[in-house]
Design a protein around this ligand. Structure first.
Ligand SMILES: Cc1cc2nc3c(=O)[nH]c(=O)nc-3n(C[C@H](O)[C@H](O)[C@H](O)COP(=O)(O)OP(=O)(O)OC[C@H]3O[C@@H](n4cnc5c(N)ncnc54)[C@H](O)[C@@H]3O)c2cc1C
Ligand code: SF4
Ligand code: SF4
Length: 392
């Protein structure tokens, strides 16, 4: 039931003290199970050296020598031959982490007819791009993609694996993490690395009321997903990289799920993620009808309309306009927040905007701590004046 890796034991006897049944004794640096062991697993959780493991995890732990893992692997993503922007954002972020750690960045890209996309990943910082190019990989399917990526990860042993928090990434990453019995932090808003290579994965927690930094200290690879638009895109570099084609073959099990038909999604009426300027309204507008005022301002500025969840929940505007933790993540050049208090969940979706202008009649509203420019006053007075001035 319990497997002992004696060579890892330091003789601290924590397991012996933690066991309520007298199930383990430690002599010097040699732990031994007794007949009293019930297999409850408590000793596994207290052992600081991973010298104890449940028998079914034995194989995973045998390979969990943390020092054997090096480098960062990005799971890049394409649809219809178009590279997803999050793949470039992740590669650029990985480059910075890898430079601090003195290690390499690899990217894996699966699909059909996609070899031409590898150069873009190199330009964003990848040292090596692994390409699996085959007809059966044309469209994303969980089983073949996770099978191929699992064997690539097993071979490369990257210290860190990063994935976009997209529909595909959210399907793929948990499967890979489960395969390697490692941790996964979903929807990170920040990544950093410490001196011993621990990935510091920051994300909102407890309903967005705190920012938690999560680590995976005892397992490798360390895995995280990051939402598109959250990481700062970096300028394209002129470095060189190696492109490695992978030999892949289809397996009968890949057909467990077949794609019968695909239909293009209707183009969204609101494209907040691409907008250069966003005028967003909150509960401070006082009434849903007052969004017409913001629409007027948006027209003058050629902007899109955003909203706080407060305004969306009141039914003043559709959810497709919501910005924030449970809405969209945006990064426009200018974000004008009108009658929005600046709750942490709203900030999570817009604080990376280049310039934030806040209009609020409460000088102590939290939004002013994030805004680059603040206008204290009634939104119904300031916005018409703004429109007037801009039209002139
Ligand atoms: C799990 C979870 C997820 C969430 N996700 C999101 C999310 O994705 N996006 C989001 O926005 N929120 C989200 N929220 C809700 C968030 O906590 C806030 O409740 C919400 O952002 C508040 O919206 P608001 O700023 O419009 O309203 P309020 O907090 O009520 O703020 C209204 C502001 O308008 C100002 N005001 C009032 N009258 C005027 C006036 N005449 N002129 C100028 N200013 C005026 C007030 O001073 C006030 O600051 C989430 C909450 C939870 C728990
Ligand atoms: S598995 Fe439970 S009973 Fe067995 S040695 Fe560990 S703590 Fe004791
Ligand atoms: S807790 Fe782990 S390292 Fe410490 S004595 Fe027990 S098996 Fe050995």
């Amino acid at each position: 039931m319990i497997h002992i890796f004696s060579e890892r034991c330091i003789g601290c006897k924590l397991c012996e003290r933690a066991c309520l049944f007298g199930g383990i004794t430690v002599s010097g640096k040699t732990p031994m199970l007794t007949d009293q062991c019930t297999g409850c697993g408590v000793c596994i959780t207290v052992c600081p050296k991973q010298a104890l493991a449940a028998a079914e995890h034995k194989e995973v732990l045998q390979h969990s020598n943390l020092d054997a893992y090096r480098g960062i692997l990005i799971i890049a993503e394409q649809r219809e031959g178009v590279l997803h922007t999050v793949s470039c954002e992740l590669t650029a972020a990985a480059r910075q982490l890898a430079d601090q750690r003195g290690t390499q960045v690899s990217a894996a890209l699966l699909g059909q007819g996609i070899s031409g996309l590898a150069e873009r990943l190199v330009a964003h910082g990848a040292d090596t791009v692994y390409i699996a190019d085959a007809p059966f990989l044309q469209r994303y399917r969980t089983l073949p993609y996770s099978r191929i990526l699992s064997s690539l990860i097993a071979e490369l042993r990257p210290e860190i694996v990063l994935c976009g928090a997209t529909t595909i990434g959210r399907d793929l990453a948990p499967r890979l993490a489960n395969h390697f019995r490692t941790g996964l932090t979903a929807d990170c808003t920040g990544l950093a690395i410490d001196r011993d290579g621990t990935l510091l994965q920051t994300r909102p927690a407890f309903g967005g009321n705190i920012m938690a930094t999560i680590t995976t200290p005892r397992h490798r690879p360390q895995m995280a997903t990051v939402r598109p638009g959250v990481l700062q895109p970096q300028p394209v570099r002129s470095g060189s990289g190696v492109i490695v084609p992978l030999t892949v073959t289809e397996e009968p099990s890949d057909d467990a799920v077949q794609i019968l038909k695909t239909m293009p999604k209707d183009k969204p009426a609101v494209s907040l993620e691409q907008a250069q300027v966003i005028v967003a309204g909150g509960r401070g507008l006082g009434d849903g009808k007052n969004f017409t005022l913001l629409q007027e301002l948006a027209q003058v500025l050629n902007a899109e309309i955003g909203a706080s969840r407060g305004a969306v929940d009141l039914g003043w505007i559709g959810h497709e306009h919501q910005v924030g933790q449970t809405g969209k993540t945006v990064r426009p050049k200018i974000y004008i927040a009108c009658g929005i208090s600046g709750a942490v969940q709203h900030l999570a979706g817009m604080q990376a905007s280049d310039i934030i202008i806040a209009i609020n009649n409460d000088p102590y509203a939290p939004i002013f701590q994030t805004a680059h420019f603040g206008l204290v006053g009634d939104v119904h007075v300031i916005v018409p004046e703004l429109i007037h001035q801009l039209r002139q």
